[in-house]
Ligand binder design. Structure first.
Ligand SMILES: [Zn+2]
Length: 296
């Protein structure tokens, strides 16, 4: 009896501690440890003046961000406070197109955020097939998680491996060899994390083969992600991939609710436009965009 009581007290304490520590520091999950950063509406970033590309860029995603109705704007602009920030025309005539770290599809709940998604500091030279392929599919998948779970913390950035990078435009924007993505998922008191390192082309066999524990992304990039998690939790979360979070191109779900109203798919087509299909999938992805569980 006493044993049970003590057990409950410890359990309550742990739950409270988790909830408290998360709310107190949630914002800091977006900043790799000891990194200086700047902020624009909807994201944080560290800019690499030499490469003319962000070292990393991070944002939070909730259901509202991906389900909103804010339309993409058509043109990009140079950031006014970063002198070396490239202009849109520097990308003309190159094999690499303007890839976005934070996609339009994650900025649908605010015109300011949609506008800042078109800031050239959010842009990186990206292989066209990769941009329309795995990178887009990753963003669609993360959008689905944002619909399903409470909130998602995303940190993305380039990886340079070659001694001499390919360069784009008069601004000599350095083309990354690979990209990393570190994702923390919060759902109630549950936390899970997963990392990816994807080559800047669409030649990988599958996204799944590019999935890895956060630890491995840290080893490759030198950043310490989600460092504000309580340490025991950080170790636990970063050491392994949560197998429930990841299943090929779709997700296995801890359902928030069993009933989802029919609404517009949150995914983006290869044309860059939002999908027009209606869906009742819990991730609000239509059948074409990877939903494997119907809510009914
Ligand atoms: Zn769709």
């Amino acid at each position: 009896m006493l044993h049970i009581k003590i057990h409950n007290i410890i359990l309550n304490y742990l739950v409270l501690f988790l909830a408290f520590s998360f709310h107190a520091h949630a914002q800091n999950y977006l900043i790799p440890k000891n990194q200086a950063y700047e902020t624009r509406s909807g994201y944080n970033f560290s800019y690499n003046q030499g490469k003319k590309v962000c070292n990393w860029l991070s944002y939070t995603l909730t259901s509202d961000d991906v389900r909103g109705s804010e339309e993409s704007v058509k043109t990009f602009f140079k950031d006014s406070s970063i002198k070396v920030c490239p202009t849109e025309d520097m990308y003309e005539g190159y094999a690499y197109i303007k890839g976005q770290f934070k996609p339009n599809s994650a900025s649908r709940n605010s015109s300011d955020e949609m506008n800042q998604a078109h800031n050239m500091l959010n842009v990186v030279p990206m292989d066209i097939n990769f941009s329309k392929g795995y990178w887009r599919i990753m963003d669609n998948m993360i959008s689905g998680w944002a619909v399903t779970f409470d909130s998602i913390f995303v940190v993305k950035g380039p990886i340079y491996e070659k001694k001499e990078s390919e360069k784009v435009g008069s601004g000599k924007i350095c083309v990354p060899d690979k990209f990393f993505i570190a994702i923390l998922v919060k759902n109630g008191l549950d936390l899970g994390a997963i990392g990816f390192i994807l080559p800047n082309n669409n030649n990988s066999n599958s996204i799944q083969k590019c999935a890895m524990p956060i630890d491995s992304v840290e080893a490759k990039t030198g950043y310490d992600f989600f460092a504000d998690l309580p340490e025991y939790l950080e170790v636990f979360i970063e050491e392994e991939i949560n197998p429930d979070l990841w299943k090929d191109k779709s997700v296995s779900y801890k359902l928030k609710s069993s009933y989802v109203k029919s609404s517009r798919c949150v995914a983006v087509n290869t044309s860059g436009e939002r999908c027009e299909m209606e869906t009742t999938c819990v991730t609000q992805n239509c059948w074409k965009h990877g939903c494997d569980i119907k809510s009914k």
